[in-house]
Write a protein that binds this ligand. Structure first.
Ligand code: ATP
Ligand code: MG
Length: 465
């Protein structure tokens, strides 16, 4: 009311007195969204809800992407129907979530998240001692729901039926100016949910948007609050960050915002180890290239890459202390995985994929007898081989070994026998050879692994989850 009055008196459109209780409504000519970028299932969900008498809109990242002319990778729907009411309208619908209840509506493999408009009364919501909201299932109006969203560009609603965009917080303007602006008072919003700081970094890097100064200012000071967030949530957000197609830019931005330090042990390791920088850069470039090419990326491969140089360091130390090569590698892997699980909640499957990839590495050194054939049959051979190529491309080991394995992998039986007969044996049998000499130029095989030219999913484990 008061804000409205001030605006009337001043006749101003100043953002600080923006009226956020009623939306700016934009028709197709004003927003320019191409309806062909919408998924049929998103329209199916909104129209089913609307036919049952509810309001329903595409919301969040999908509207942002539609306005940017990008095909959204998934669609979230917001409605005034309660989760129970939504569930009743669809054959395969499941209520999930504790902190925020949402409904997953499935059509075949396609999953849509349907959320009921949230209320703004967070005062009574249960919080932890730092002010982080623990549970919040109070429903509200669309205007209240918009206030609760993180950024202005993520708080717009699109109704496929009349092709209108409802914009409560100047999101369209911010999209045009390529500005990332948090809704409300930044400190308060980060306190309620510190993960939003990671989201600032992800969206700024992924969309190449500028962080509005007031949105960015508190992050360096408030970064430690992320320590209180359950590890599984941080992990989910980190995975989104690493799989955004701009992984390297995101990690650099995390560092710039002071978010990496003491926050996730993983990032300390990744961003502050000079030896691993080349390897990690190649691994992340390869991941980004795969995402852009629409290929799957396995989290196990990704995390195995990010932590490889930490494993290498410990592996070397254990061997220096007298352990045999293979047990030393297992000990190193245990150490690294243990130190990461507490904060990062590495899921068991991911941890075991990482271990598989790492422990395959010394086996690539054995190129006599039946060993190479046996390794080829390993369930995760492809991931281990791609990983080997990254090690070659980064100069950690001689490119020759990668070339040999490419020839062996691609060759017929006669070629394979030939290769085994002429294999260069490592100087110390079974030892991990760490040649640090000048790297020979990029060659077929080695370069491919580093740029994502390798076609099969890493390890053929069927993708991201
Ligand atoms: P992406 O395209 O990467 O999925 P997105 O914006 O859709 O981006 P999601 O994590 O899928 O991101 O979240 C969907 C929407 O839910 C967001 O656009 C935002 O409106 C809201 N949202 C998600 N997380 C938060 C949060 N921590 N605080 C406030 N709003 C959030
Ligand atoms: Mg999304």
């Amino acid at each position: 009311m008061i804000k409205k009055l001030i605006r009337k008196i001043l006749g101003t459109k100043d953002k600080s007195v923006r009226d956020t209780s009623t939306p700016v409504v934009l028709g197709p000519d004003a927003h320019g969204i191409d309806p062909r970028l919408l998924s049929n299932n998103a329209v199916r969900v909104t129209s089913t809800l609307q036919e049952a008498g509810f309001e329903a809109f595409v919301v969040g990242g999908a509207v942002r992407d539609l306005l940017l002319g990008v095909k959204p990778k998934d669609f979230d729907i917001a409605t005034n129907a309660t989760p129970e009411q939504v569930k009743r309208l669809f054959r395969r619908a499941f209520i999930i979530g504790k902190r925020f209840q949402i409904v997953h509506v499935m059509f075949g493999q396609d999953l849509l998240e349907v959320t009921t408009f949230r209320g703004t009364t967070l005062d009574n919501a249960p919080k932890d001692e730092h002010g982080r909201v623990l549970r919040d299932n109070t429903f509200g109006s669309q205007a209240e729901d918009a206030v609760r969203r993180d950024f202005t560009i993520n708080a717009m609603y699109y109704n496929p039926a009349n092709e209108q965009v409802l914009d409560y917080h100047g999101g369209v303007e911010d999209i045009r100016a390529r500005t990332l602006r948090i809704i409300g008072q930044p400190e308060a919003r980060y306190r309620e949910d510190p993960v939003r700081m990671l989201r600032v970094v992800r969206f700024a890097a992924k969309l190449k948007f500028t962080i509005e100064p007031a949105t960015g200012a508190p992050i360096a000071i408030m970064a430690p609050l992320i320590n209180n967030v359950p590890a599984a949530r941080v992990f989910d957000e980190m995975l989104k960050l690493l799989m955004s197609g701009q992984a390297l830019a995101c990690l650099q931005q995390l560092r710039k915002e002071g978010l990496h330090h003491g926050l996730l042990p993983l990032l300390d390791v990744v961003l502050e180890q000079p030896l691993g920088v080349k390897f990690v850069t190649l691994a992340l470039d390869s991941t980004d290239a795969r995402i852009h090419a629409g290929k799957t990326v396995s989290p196990g491969f990704l995390f195995a890459s990010l932590l490889w140089h930490q494993v290498l360091e410990k592996w070397t130390a254990y061997r220096a202390a007298g352990e045999q090569t293979i047990p030393a590698l297992h000990l190193a892997a245990d150490d690294v995985l243990d130190s990461q699980t507490e904060k990062l909640a590495l899921q068991r499957k991911i941890g075991s994929d990482m271990r598989d990839i790492w422990s395959m590495q010394p086996r690539f050194e054995r190129r006599t007898g039946k060993s190479p054939h046996k390794l080829l049959e390993h369930l995760r051979f492809r991931a281990g081989y791609d990983f080997l190529l990254l090690r070659c491309a980064s100069g950690e080991i001689d490119a020759e070994i990668g070339e040999w394995w490419t020839a062996f992998y691609e060759g017929d039986e006669a070629t394979r026998e030939d290769l085994i007969a002429t294999a260069n044996q490592p100087a110390a049998a079974g030892g991990a050879k760490r040649k640090r000499g000048p790297r020979r130029g990029p060659r077929k095989g080695t370069g491919d692994g580093a740029t994502g030219g390798v076609d099969a999913g890493h390890g053929g484990d069927g993708g991201a989850d």
